[in-house]
Every structure is written in structure tokens, then in C-alpha cells.
Ligand binder design. Structure first.
Ligand code: NAD
Length: 485
């Protein structure tokens, strides 16, 4: 069975599809051809209200379900996702344009990993007993209530699961708003959760642009907001959530450094730089887009990189042989082209790519600039496209200082054969998710998130649980109460 990209209806509320065509139409465009493959409608105030009311009712029931049973529902959902991986991957490819070669291994599978991990951990979530001599304190790990998830367009399935799975494991309900650019996949997660036994209303999906996100964030029924998006959106959403003192997780943008020392294994370093710049056509928040290469290895690195880039298979993303797909939208393609033009104008040396690919859709060539300096626009701003900036350096201290000279702090990577240097350098790089002799691995077992402008809170791993639950502490006095009068 292949999923029809046109969903049954735009929204998924209270365990069923829901339509309201009076909302703004949102065309869904297949990035590899530019054709409209589906239309959904932005949620109206009535749809938003229905989703929040359903979530509020479901959360009350769900909080009473034993954690073991909650975990079982998530684990079942993970199993269903794995069984349907191929169809879900094709839908993700149509939604985003990412090659099937990637989506088959990085999207529904990663979503299933999160459902499995948090499904497995749910029954082990407990408070603690704190002895105080005669008296004692116990803690209860409580759900927050109704949580809102807001997604970016690069990983629609993964983002919905990375937020939904820990939220539900901790006893919360969720209203999820996918990016308006990629609205299709989250609906399937909602369907699958229902099929796996989640009560109606536990995981709802509403479509829409920023206004819908904003209406959700400001609703007093909402206890927590988890956003994956850009820094400017993060600032707005964080501020709006602060007004009502809501919990937040902010997974935002980056301009991460990848530092390659002279002694690095050349091919591994080139592979790391390719993974950290061209996977998903560069539309990955944690990408290592500032590649600092020590002077002794620089020309060898550039030559090997240019050679390896010739092996990229650019083409139909639904063909499993394709390893490099289009930008998600015409707008994103234009933004990236603007940066490429700036790179040229500001004097960076174009090593490869730089242009559009002659075919329908929003394809850009994998692009590498060398001789990039710290003040160039392409070294400072998040491009979110296939543009690698190679900068050179002399000393370790210099590389660390320059790598840290950014408002962002999502990721950082180091390639070197000197392991004490690797740990020393990583220890000084100000970033949340780091790599040694690797780049962009994101297993659910590891915490993921940023420092500085790149975000607040952590997704995945046991660390996520603290961001989807709160502790009630109960002091128990065993003897008489003393009072001053
Ligand atoms: P975006 O900031 O434009 O939009 C993100 C989401 O926020 C969308 O669903 C959008 O509709 C919604 N939104 C916009 N304005 C809002 C408002 N005022 N209130 C509530 N919601 C609002 O980001 P994008 O272009 O979809 O995604 C690309 C960005 O996301 C990049 O900066 C990238 O680095 C970042 N990103 C971060 C991570 C991470 O985990 N750190 C992962 C993927 C993408």
C-alpha cells in the first residue's frame, strides 16, 4: 500500500481526522518537481479549540493509566512504524524532497527509536524517597499537562516523535503543529498512535502557519511548548511562553564548527564534512558548516573533497540510488542562492558547485567555498542549505577561539588522531551536541540540544524526561509539629 499524499483531512483531533476548509489553504509541493501533491487548510480557532479541549480531556485519563501500559502503547506504535517504514519513508520524501536513500533509514526509523526508547523507560519513571532521620520526603514525577509541539520542515516525522514520545511517556497529551511546508507526516504518527491504543485526543495534529503556532503557545490550557525552528522564531515563542511561565524546550539553529587537524585521517575527515554539510541537502540544524582545516592538510582536504563530491548522485529522490535531493521549497532555494552570491561577492574561493541543477524542482549543487574568513556572511549566518565554508587555521588555541566566536552553540566536531587533543578541544567548544572523529550522529540514547542562541533544554535520552515532567516534593513529618506560639 502506498499512502496517498492527500490526507483524509487536514487535522487529526480527538482520535479522528477533522476538516475545516474555511482555514487558509496550504498547498503541499513536491520539491523535486514543483507540483502540488496535496492541499491542507490552516486550523481555524474552532479547530485549535477542539484540539486543545480533546488534549485536556485525554490527559486527565492518560495520567491515570499505569506507566507500563503507557509504555506498551508507545512500543506498539514503534512496531507499526517499523512495519510501514517503506510507505512512511516515501511520504516523507514527498513531503520534504529528501532522498528515499536517507528517509528509509533516518526518519520513521528514528521516530520509532524514540517511541521504543521512551516506551521502554515509561514504567521505570519514579520519584524518590529522601530520608531525613525520623522525617522523610518523597517525590512524585508528575506530568505537565497539555503540551504543544511545533515542528520545522526538515525532519517532520522525527520531530513529531522526538517530542511526542517523551511527552506521552511522562503522562502528557500533545497538540502538534507541523511546519506548513511539510504538513503530511505528523498526521500518520497520530493515526498510528490511535491504532496502537492511545486514547482519543492524546496526540492531535493541527496545521497552520505561525499564527496557529502562536495561538497554541498563548492558550492558558497549555503547560509546555517545545519548538524546533529558527532562532528568530525561538525568541518569539520563548517570550510568549514566558508571559504565562510555561515550560519550554527550544531546538533552534546553528552555525557549528567542525575542526580538522593536520593529523586527521583524511578520508574520515572528508566523510565527516560531507555528512555535516550535504546530508538532506544541508537542511540539518546541527550541520558543521564552518569547517576549520589546519593549514598543513588544507589543500589535500580540498582536493579529496572535490573528488568525492563528483560521486554525489543528484536526481529523483524516489530513486534509491539518488544521494542528493532538492531544497525543500523554492523560497529556501532562493535564500541559499542569495548566500552563494554573497560568498562570491565577499571574495570566498568557489571550489565546487555554486549553481542550480538543470532540472525541475528546487535543486542546488553541493557547494564548497574555501579561503572563507570569519567576517564573511557565509561564515556567520545559518544558511540551511548545501553550502560548506572552509576556513584555515594554524594553532589549536586559535581554532577554539574562532570556533566559539558565534551566537550559536548547537554542535561541534573534531577530527584528529591525537585523542587527548580531541577531548581537550571538545571540552572547550561551547556546543550541546559534539562529535569526535564523526559528525551528525543523533541516537535517541544521547541528549540532543544547544547552548547559547541554539536553544534551551534537551531532547532524547533520560535528560528529556526532566523537560516533560515535574517533581512534586512531599515532606512527611512523623512526630509532633513544633511552633513558636
Ligand atoms: P521556522 O522558525 O521558520 O519555523 C518553525 C516552526 O515555527 C514552524 O512550524 C512555524 O510555522 C512555526 N512558527 C513560526 N512563527 C511562529 C510563532 N510566532 N509562534 C509559534 N510558532 C511559529 O523554522 P523552519 O524554517 O521551519 O526550520 C528551519 C530552522 O529550524 C533552522 O533554523 C534550523 O536550524 C532549525 N532546526 C533546528 C533543529 C534542532 O533540533 N535544533 C532541528 C531542525 C531544524
Amino acid at each position: 500500500m502506498m499512502y496517498d499524499p492527500q490526507p483524509t483531512a487536514s487535522h487529526y483531533v480527538n482520535g479522528a481526522y477533522l476538516e475545516d476548509t474555511s482555514g487558509t489553504p496550504i498547498p503541499v509541493i513536491y520539491p523535486a518537481t514543483g507540483e502540488v501533491i496535496a492541499t491542507v487548510y490552516a486550523a481555524t480557532p474552532a479547530v485549535i479549540d477542539a484540539a486543545l479541549a480533546a488534549a485536556e480531556a485525554a490527559q486527565k485519563l492518560w495520567a491515570k493509566v499505569s506507566p507500563r501500559e503507557r509504555g506498551r502503547v508507545l512500543t506498539r506504535a514503534a512496531q507499526i512504524m517499523r512495519e510501514r517504514n517503506h510507505d512512511l519513508s516515501v511520504l516523507e520524501t514527498r513531503d520534504t524532497g529528501k532522498p528515499l536513500q536517507e528517509t528509509l533509514v533516518a526518519d520513521a526509523t528514528s521516530g520509532a527509536d524514540a517511541l521504543e526508547y521512551f516506551g521502554g523507560i515509561a514504567a521505570g519513571l519514579t520519584g524518590e524517597h529522601i530520608p531525613l532521620g525520623e522525617d522523610w520526603v518523597y517525590t512524585i514525577r508528575e506530568a505537565l499537562g497539555v503540551c504543544v509541539g511545533i515542528g520545522a520542515w526538515n525532519y517532520p516525522t522525527q520531530i513529531a516523535c522526538w517530542k511526542g514520545a517523551p511527552a506521552l511517556a511522562c503522562g502528557n497529551a500533545m497538540v502538534f503543529k507541523p511546519s506548513e511546508t511539510t504538513p503530511l507526516c505528523a498526521l500518520k504518527i497520530a493515526e498510528i498512535l490511535t491504532e496502537a491504543g492511545a486514547p482519543a485526543g492524546l496526540f492531535n495534529v493541527v496545521q497552520g502557519m505561525g499564527e496557529v503556532g502562536s495561538a497554541l503557545v498563548t492558550d492558558p490550557r497549555v503547560a509546555k511548548v517545545s519548538l524546533t525552528g529558527s532562532v528568530p522564531t525561538g525568541r518569539k515563542v520563548y517570550a510568549a511562553a514566558a508571559e504565562q511561565m510555561k515550560h519550554v524546550t527550544m531546538e533552534l539553529g546553528g552555525k557549528s564548527p567542525l575542526v580538522i587537524f593536520d593529523d586527521a585521517d583524511l578520508d574520515n575527515a572528508v566523510s565527516g564534512a560531507i555528512n555535516g554539510n550535504f546530508y538532506s541537502s544541508g537542511q540539518v540544524c546541527s550541520n558543521g558548516t564552518r569547517v576549520f582545516v589546519q593549514k598543513g592538510i588544507k589543500e589535500a582536504f580540498l582536493a579529496r573533497l572535490a573528488e568525492r563530491l563528483k560521486n554525489a548522485v543528484i536526481g529523483d529522490p524516489l530513486d534509491e540510488a539518488t544521494s542528493f535531493g532538492p531544497m525543500v521549497s523554492e523560497r529556501q532555494m532562493q535564500i541559499v542562492q542569495g548566500y552563494i552570491n554573497k560568498g562570491r561577492a565577499e571574495g570566498a574561493r568557489l571550489i565546487s558547485g555554486g549553481g542550480r541543477v538543470e532540472r525541475d524542482g528546487f535543486f542546488l549543487e553541493p557547494t564548497v567555498f574555501a579561503d572563507v574568513t570569519d567576517d564573511m556572511t557565509i561564515a556567520r549566518e545559518e544558511i540551511f542549505g548545501p553550502v560548506m565554508a572552509v576556513l584555515d587555521f594554524d594553532t589549536e588555541a586559535e581554532a577554539i577561539a574562532r570556533a566559539n566566536a558565534t551566537e550559536f552553540g548547537l554542535s561541534a566536531g573534531v577530527f584528529t588522531r591525537d585523542l587527548s587533543r580531541a577531548h581537550r578541544v571538545i571540552g572547550q567548544l561551547r556546543a550541546g551536541s559534539c562529535f569526535i572523529n564523526s559528525y551528525n550522529d543523533a541516537p535517541v540514547e544521547a541528549p540532543f540540544g544547544g547552548v547559547k542562541a541554539s536553544g534551551v533544554g534537551r531532547e532524547n535520552s533520560k535528560a528529556a524526561l526532566d523537560h516533560w515532567s515535574q517533581l512534586k516534593s512531599v515532606y512527611v513529618r512523623m512526630g509532633d509539629v513544633e511552633a513558636a506560639f
